[in-house]
Design a protein around this ligand. Structure first.
Ligand code: HEC
Length: 117
């Protein structure tokens, strides 16, 4: 194999391999949603979504319980709006903190917290 063939073969290999290795390092949307949730929301809403995080004690109104609320009362749009705008006076808005991709991932994560009806 001469040198130019080696270069062609090597760059073909790179094109084939690189996207896969990049993908392997990226979280799935559900993993992304869980990480964003644990970093920004679990303090109030609880790690498991039960509305009983360490900051929730005495909070009025109490943080929404996602184990029971998401399947029944919270549409995707309601969740996205609450995250963007916040729920004053207790919950801040995250429009300047989280990306659209983060917020879509959060919707998936909140749905995954729901206990089967
Ligand atoms: C400082 C505490 C706190 C943090 C942090 C917090 N929330 Fe909330 N959240 C609340 C409270 C309290 C309510 C209930 C507000 C109400 O009933 O008016 C609420 C309500 C909600 C609701 C229900 C909205 C509705 O219209 O019923 C959603 C969805 C929600 N939060 C998502 C999140 C997500 C996602 C995060 C993280 C990005 C987050 N919250 C972070 C305190 C918090």
């Amino acid at each position: 194999m001469n040198i130019s063939m080696t270069v062609v073969a090597f760059s073909a290999l790179l094109t084939a391999v690189l996207p896969i290795s990049t993908l392997a390092q990226q979280a799935t949307p559900l993993e992304q949603g869980k990480a964003v949730y644990l970093g920004n929301c679990a303090g109030c809403h609880g790690v498991d979504g039960g509305g009983n995080g360490p900051l929730a004690s005495g909070m009025t109104p109490a943080p929404t319980n996602f184990k029971t609320a998401t399947p029944t009362t919270l549409s995707d749009n309601t969740i996205q709006q609450a995250v963007l705008v916040g729920k004053p006076p207790v919950m801040r808005g995250y429009a300047t903190i989280l990306t659209a991709s983060d917020i879509n991932a959060l919707v998936l994560h909140l749905r995954s917290l729901a206990t089967a009806p």
